[in-house]
Ligand binder design. Structure first.
Ligand SMILES: Cc1cc2nc3c(=O)[nH]c(=O)nc-3n(C[C@H](O)[C@H](O)[C@H](O)COP(=O)(O)OP(=O)(O)OC[C@H]3O[C@@H](n4cnc5c(N)ncnc54)[C@H](O)[C@@H]3O)c2cc1C
Length: 383
């Protein structure tokens, strides 16, 4: 369907998960966009990512579910262990249409979205520096001197969004209190558990996730000051020493991972915004509602955003009003997920041994159905 009255240039800044999913969703309703991405083509790396059932439903709408299923691994279970390997709780879902979790390498997810967008205009090495707007049109100024005029500007430029910083300079990122290492282990045959698990202990949190092609994605989280130079220098040797007393296969996984396959990042989320729309400019994905990764929902929300924007555009027949409808629908849900994820992180990152034991006991006594129902509320998505 071509929405003729929406004709006008649409620019997306940022060609990550949000930018590509948004372009694909708009393409499905007949709208063409130009994407401006600061990185070079084929420069994408990254580790694994967990997609909840809500993201799978949205990816189904985008028409790429078979490709995701082919390159991902799905599971309806999630285990939390203590550092000795004893289960604290198990989440299990009987959900039939879409699995509770699907695990995929980020690069595979990006490739799938890019392939589905084959004829879209993507301009690489285009770093937006600033923009001007007269409420109807915006002018985008790129680092290489290019200037682009556009009728609609979709900001998909991530947690450090230059567009958001210009629109809402008083909105700040909030440091969560911990840093995160992510690694991918190739040839993980001997160490791979066929399900998603996290291990909680006073020395930090460790997640293990199977990927296709005999790979394994793992992450480790540890409390620290923001920009903690001591932790920032940690490689696999220091991680191994920190997690050496954790249950099998955690030390083996760290020991077998190459330093070059590990990245580290301090964890932040974004103070809630009151608006995602400013005239004909719309913030999406992490630019709008960056969340801590504790519930594995940041990218899922970005994919949801894409679908909701397209749905609003289909209904409203005009992109400007569709943006306002989108904001009305999305503010409450995204705020809730960001909050729940922050709170989950506070509980999971407790590092005082006695309080860890109490927490683990309370979680063991709480019926798993309680945790499951909370998770399902977050992952339920009606399109
Ligand atoms: C440790 C960790 C683990 C996570 N795990 C999960 C998970 O398991 N599941 C999940 O759903 N989410 C997870 N997330 C969150 C997820 O990574 C983000 O929510 C998701 O990547 C957001 O997508 P985005 O496109 O909005 O932003 P980004 O992925 O940051 O993409 C932004 C894009 O914009 C480009 N860009 C930035 N600035 C400019 C500019 N000025 N000009 C042009 N281009 C620009 C960037 O190069 C990038 O390509 C995790 C996050 C972290 C930190």
């Amino acid at each position: 369907m071509v929405l003729n009255d929406m004709e006008g240039k649409i620019a997306i800044v940022g060609g990550g998960i949000s930018g590509l999913a948004t372009a694909l969703a708009l393409k499905r309703i007949g709208l063409t966009v130009s994407i401006y991405e600061k990185k070079a083509e084929n420069s994408r790396t990254g580790s694994g990512i967990v997609l909840g059932s809500n993201a799978l439903r949205a990816l189904d709408y985008l028409g790429v579910l078979p490709q995701i299923q082919e390159r991902g691994i799905s599971s309806n279970q999630y285990f939390i262990f203590d550092n000795h390997g004893k289960p604290i709780t198990t989440l299990h879902s009987e959900q039939t249409v879409y699995p509770l979790y699907t695990f995929i390498h980020r690069k595979d997810l990006i490739d799938i979205l890019l392939n589905a967008l084959s004829d879209e205009h993507i301009f690489y090495k285009k770093k937006l520096v600033f923009f001007t707007t007269n409420h109807k049109k915006s002018q985008l100024f790129f680092e290489d001197g290019t200037i682009v005029k556009t009728d609609y500007l979709l900001a998909c430029d991530g947690i450090h969004s230059a567009i958001r910083n210009q629109l809402f300079p008083d909105k700040h990122l909030r440091y969560a209190g911990y840093t995160c290492w992510r690694g991918v282990l190739e040839n993980s045959y001997d160490h791979c558990l066929p399900f998603y698990s996290e291990t909680w202990g006073a020395k930090g949190r460790f997640g293990i996730i199977p990927l296709t092609n005999n790979r394994l994605y793992w992450y480790a989280l540890k409390n620290g000051e923001p920009n903690d130079t001591r932790l920032h220098e940690w490689g696999t040797d220091e991680l191994l020493s920190n997690f050496s007393e954790y249950h099998h296969p955690i030390p083996t996984i760290i020991e077998n991972t190459l330093d070059k396959d590990v990245t580290r990042r301090d964890i932040y989320d974004l103070e809630s915004l009151f608006h995602y729309v400013y005239d004909r400019i719309l913030l999406l994905g992490d630019a709008a509602h960056a969340t801590t990764p504790n519930l594995g929902q940041g990218a899922c929300l970005a994919i949801e955003d894409a679908v909701f924007l397209a749905k609003c555009a289909e209904q409203d027949k005009h992109l400007e009003t569709a943006m306002t409808s989108f904001e009305k629908i999305r503010l409450a849900r995204t705020k809730k997920v960001v909050h729940e994820s922050w709170m989950f992180g506070k509980i999971a990152q407790i590092d005082i041994p006695f309080i860890c034991s109490v927490r683990n006991m309370v979680m063991k006594w709480t019926p798993a159905s309680f945790h499951q129902s909370r998770l399902q509320v977050l992952q339920n998505l009606t399109l």
